[in-house]
Design a protein around this ligand. Structure first.
Ligand SMILES: [Fe+2]
Ligand SMILES: [Fe+2]
Length: 158
């Protein structure tokens, strides 16, 4: 069973944004399935790192866009991003230290984020005409954003 099911209440109403958010949910579910299949711990941790990287990259693009347009709620929005990233970092550390993912906590944190962050912060942001979709970046820049965040998560240089 999937960890998180997409719900109508997650919709911001902007197709590009909803698509990215759905992608993040798919990624989370894929890692959850790996845990279920008892895939090697190292691989799961690596995938959790990918998720952290994808979410961090997604947030970085939103923040870039907000800054560019002088968005009035930039600080509050960024604080919520930082809070969620801290939580995922914590969950990953816990998983690394133990043998299993704290499923309930993971699910609750992510649900909380999808519900509250998408519904409030993101929907307000993306309803402004200038910020209907995230800035688009090419595949290579995107991959390097994800990799940088992943490296930071695991305390690697670069
Ligand atoms: Fe956001
Ligand atoms: Fe978003």
């Amino acid at each position: 069973m999937a960890l998180i099911e997409w719900q109508e209440s997650f919709c911001t109403g902007i197709p590009g944004v909803d698509h990215e958010h759905k992608q993040l949910i798919d990624d989370v579910n894929a890692v959850y399935a790996m845990i279920d299949r008892k895939v090697e711990k190292e691989l799961v941790i690596d995938s959790l790192g990918d998720i952290y990287g994808s979410i961090a990259a997604h947030f970085a693009l939103e923040e870039q866009m907000m800054k560019k347009h002088g968005y009035d709620q930039y600080l509050e929005h960024k604080a919520d991003h930082d809070r969620l990233l801290d939580e995922i970092r914590e969950i990953t550390d816990e998983f690394e230290a133990s043998t299993d993912l704290n499923e309930k906590k993971f699910k609750q944190k992510l649900n909380d984020w999808f519900q509250n962050h998408f519904k409030t912060f993101d929907s307000r942001l993306h309803k402004l005409t200038d910020m209907m979709s995230h800035v688009t970046v090419d595949e290579i820049s995107m991959r390097s954003l994800i990799q940088q965040a992943k490296n930071a998560l695991f305390g690697r240089a670069g």
